[in-house]
Design a protein around this ligand. Structure first.
Ligand SMILES: [Zn+2]
Length: 439
């Protein structure tokens, strides 16, 4: 079997979805309700019922409400949409929410009478519902990680980069390093004020498991129109999305320098073309060795493509497939040449590393490979054939080019643990890093 590498996963989150009720095959309200009732019967008395994967596109578009969850009685139920950007909760959860109001960037969906339907969108799901769901124990997180790694290995993956929190890296990943069937580079999620790059070395670094860097967010997503664009969204006049975190407060450059000085790789989530430009402006002065990973890079202004020469661009071919139709509306036809310009990036000497972003999309690298190499205009599995794609920048890759992004390029994205150990032993001298040769 061919061996692949995935440059962007969320293993712990993904492993957890493997043990939740999977609604991705459900194609009617009746099946949805039956699945909820069966899971309720199976679970121990005090457990929450957690489900994921529903997609109203499979049954005609009506979104589920609390009425679809009655089969679980008084047990708290939360069921996430396939993209994790929406969930539906039942009355047991609604009562815990009391009269919470929707945070910015979120919506509590109401019916015609002004009653809450149980459907929670974006930040309402993340900020109001998620904190209520009981945190899994360390032991159950370890089970999730074992399941995630077995799943990855079964798909031919030999190594992945996973975005995780420090506490999980120490308590969940580190003790299992010897038994896991894949090699794992952890990129630590940095969302707090107490940033200290030396914490990366609280996790032992060896060839099975190591920390390769830290991740920061420059903006949101295209689907929620929070990715920061140079021009307004075509379907939302006056809105260009938003910069967030360090890209907003101007500390991105300083943060990246600290990460690089520790011998590690900064990773920056940038989906909008302005977010990517702001990130490049911050990174270029502090990263001459080009170890920063530009995550997603879903839209790139043509002027910025040459700036990515020799730089690491971490992209997800299946996101291109799923976001293409929304992108046509959000960006308009005139900007589709900025959307996943694989061909232009390679022609300008960027280094592509592919991944999935599992569990947001399928972990199977073959599906990403198929997407990345699909001829222009060909239809995705089951989806309607798209209109002709407008720009050569957007063109598909050859099989060898796509395989390199899932394999031979990947060590640069995952980082070499031996060189990182050397860097940490040498007092984090950046000159100890092995990867010098990028130009
Ligand atoms: Zn991700």
């Amino acid at each position: 079997m061919r061996r692949f590498v995935d440059c962007h996963t969320h293993l712990l989150l993904g492993g957890r979805t493997l043990t939740q009720l999977d609604l991705s095959k459900v194609s009617s309200r009746g099946e949805f309700e039956a699945a909820i009732a069966a899971e309720h019967a199976r679970l121990p008395k005090s457990a929450w019922l957690e489900a994921h994967g529903w997609n109203e596109g499979r049954w005609g578009g009506e979104r589920p409400t609390r009425d679809w969850l009655l089969g679980a009685g008084d047990r708290p139920v939360v069921a996430y949409r396939m993209d994790q950007h929406a969930c539906v909760v039942n009355d047991a959860v609604r009562s815990l929410l009391r009269d919470a109001i929707a945070p910015a960037g979120g919506e509590i969906v109401l019916d015609d009478r002004g009653e809450r339907t149980g459907l929670m969108l974006e930040q309402a799901a993340w900020q109001l519902v998620n904190p209520l769901v009981p945190a899994p124990s360390v032991e159950s997180k370890r089970d999730s990680l074992r399941a995630a790694c077995a799943h990855a290995a079964s798909l031919g993956l030999e190594a992945v980069c996973s975005m995780e929190y420090l506490a999980d890296a120490i308590e969940v990943f580190d003790p299992l390093r010897a038994e896991l069937p894949i090699r794992i580079a952890i990129t630590l999620l940095d969302r707090g004020d107490d940033f200290d790059p030396s914490k990366a070395f609280l996790v032992r670094h060896d060839d099975r498991l190591w920390v390769n860097g830290f991740k920061s967010f420059a903006d949101g997503t295209l689907g929620s129109r929070t990715a920061r664009m140079l021009e307004n969204y075509s379907d939302d006049p006056g809105n260009r999305g938003m910069l967030v975190e360090r890209a907003l407060d101007g500390t991105l450059s300083e943060w990246a320098r600290a990460v690089i000085d520790a011998g590690l790789s900064p990773s920056v989530h940038a989906i909008g073309d302005e977010a990517l430009r702001v990130t490049l402006d911050a990174i270029e002065p502090v990263d001459p060795q080009r170890t920063t990973r530009f995550e997603h890079a879903q839209t790139i202004h043509p002027d910025d493509v040459p700036r990515l020469r020799g730089r690491l661009v971490s992209m997800q071919p299946l996101h291109r497939a799923f976001d293409r139709e929304p992108a046509r509306t959000r960006l308009g036809a005139h900007r589709m040449n900025r959307f996943f310009p694989f061909r232009a990036l390679l022609d300008h000497g960027a280094i592509l590393g592919f991944g999935s972003d599992w569990p947001i999309v399928d972990l199977d690298p073959r599906k990403g490979l198929e997407q990345a190499t699909r001829p222009r205009g060909a239809s995705a599995g089951g989806a309607a054939a798209p209109a002709a794609d407008p720009a050569p920048e957007w063109c598909s890759l050859t099989n060898d080019e796509a395989l390199a992004a899932y394999g031979t390029n990947a060590p640069r994205f995952l980082g070499a643990p031996s060189s990182m150990r050397a860097a940490s032993n040498a007092g984090a001298a950046p000159s100890a890093r092995a990867e010098r040769s990028s130009s």
